[in-house]
Design a protein around this ligand. Structure first.
Ligand SMILES: *Cc1c(COP(=O)(O)O)cnc(C)c1O
Length: 362
């Protein structure tokens, strides 16, 4: 038994690769260092042999990858001597901003779309004491307002247009490379505001340029059909999807995402809400991993692209599971098909129910 040093977050871990002064007071909740889990059961049903790993970002402190960017953005805000932050959010950015602002002693203003935010995310922003401004509009409306208000009020934007957000988020690519000992061949992830694909590409490229790896993955990113500006080639006015985290019609990192796709030789594709929910369920039932709907689109994408041969046999694939399934319990319960059997509280009835079901499942 050997002891290992206490993990204190991704800034300490990757300080040499991050733009931060030595005397900065680091605001961390121990984000990063998330598991890279190899899928065991799902790949067996594929026509070609591939290795699929999921980067389980739902295990970050507030349950999504947004914490990687937020530790940097809030650390920088504190270093600059500012006292308030603001973001527009489909939910996870507000949860993360609220938590890190609380940790730093800052005020967080979060602008969220009315009625379209998952329960868990709203609970987090409320619990951490953020000032919640609910607008009669969608994420894109909120984003526009945030950009304008930050030039007229002393508040720091912590959306992914804040360059330090992407700097923090790129560390997920570093972790993947360290665990695999190489870069994957394909990296699949959901595409919403497009910050994350840009950050991963930045991370992979940095380790490539440092000579730590000799190649970079093809970046494959997926959108919900009702919110697919990258597939349409232009912004979408009224984006709609059950995957609320990617319900975005006017992505802020438009050019960066196109560059990542082009330079890597990857692609964009789209999925219906039914396909997204089916992938979420498949991962939960076959592998024991619960991610939120938006995250599952990376699995839908990897599986479709392996089946079609776009991703060839022998490939090493990583999929980012961007957020935890517990973020959105309503959607999960609504689509659950698992039987709930109601019986009297007696040994006889419970035993009967067990035996009947064992018989059915044979
Ligand atoms: C923010 C988010 C996304 C989209 O990431 P972008 O950087 O906006 O493309 C996907 N899934 C979840 C769970 C998210 O919170």
């Amino acid at each position: 038994m050997s002891f290992r040093p206490r993990y204190t977050g991704l800034i300490e871990r990757y300080r040499d690769f991050l733009p931060l002064s030595d005397d900065a007071r680091i605001i961390s909740l121990g984000e990063g260092d998330t598991p890279l889990i190899r899928l065991n059961n799902i790949p067996k049903e594929l026509p070609a042999e591939v290795a699929i790993y999921v980067k389980y970002e739902g295990l970050n402190p507030t349950g999504s990858f947004k914490d990687r960017g937020m530790t940097m953005a809030i650390t920088k805000t504190v270093a600059a001597g500012n006292h308030a932050v603001i973001c527009a959010s489909t939910g996870n950015t507000s949860a993360s901003a609220a938590a890190y602002a609380a940790r730093a002693g800052l005020i967080a203003f979060v602008i969220i779309p009315e009625g379209k935010i998952a329960q868990g995310k709203l609970a987090q922003a409320m619990m951490h004491g953020a000032v919640i401004i609910q607008i009669e509009g969608n994420f894109d409306d909120g984003m526009q307002i945030v950009k304008e208000v930050s030039s007229q009020a002393p508040v720091e934007i912590v959306n992914s247009i804040n360059p330090f957000r992407l700097q923090g988020q790129k560390t997920a690519a570093f972790e993947i490379i360290e665990e695999l000992g190489r870069a994957p061949d394909y990296h699949c992830l959901p595409l919403g505001n497009a910050g994350n694909i840009s950050a991963y590409w930045m991370g992979y490229t940095q380790f490539y340029q440092e000579g730590i790896v000799t190649k970079r993955p093809k970046m494959c990113a997926y959108q919900a059909s009702g919110a697919a500006p990258f597939l349409r080639g232009h912004p979408v006015i009224n984006p709609e999807t059950v995957a609320t985290a990617i319900r975005i019609g006017n992505p802020q990192s438009w050019d960066l995402a196109w560059a990542a796709q082009r330079e890597s030789g990857g692609w964009f594709d789209e999925f219906s809400d039914e396909e997204i929910l089916a992938a979420q369920k498949l991962l939960a039932v076959k592998e024991g991993i619960f991610c939120e709907p938006a995250s599952a689109i990376s699995i839908a994408g990897a599986l479709r692209d392996v089946k079609s041969g776009k991703i060839p046999a022998g490939s090493v694939i990583t999929c980012t599971l961007t957020g935890h399934g517990l973020k959105d319990p309503d959607t999960a319960i609504k689509q659950s098909t698992g039987p709930v059997i109601k019986v009297k509280a007696t040994l006889t009835e419970v035993k009967q129910a067990i035996l009947a079901n064992l018989e059915n499942l044979k």
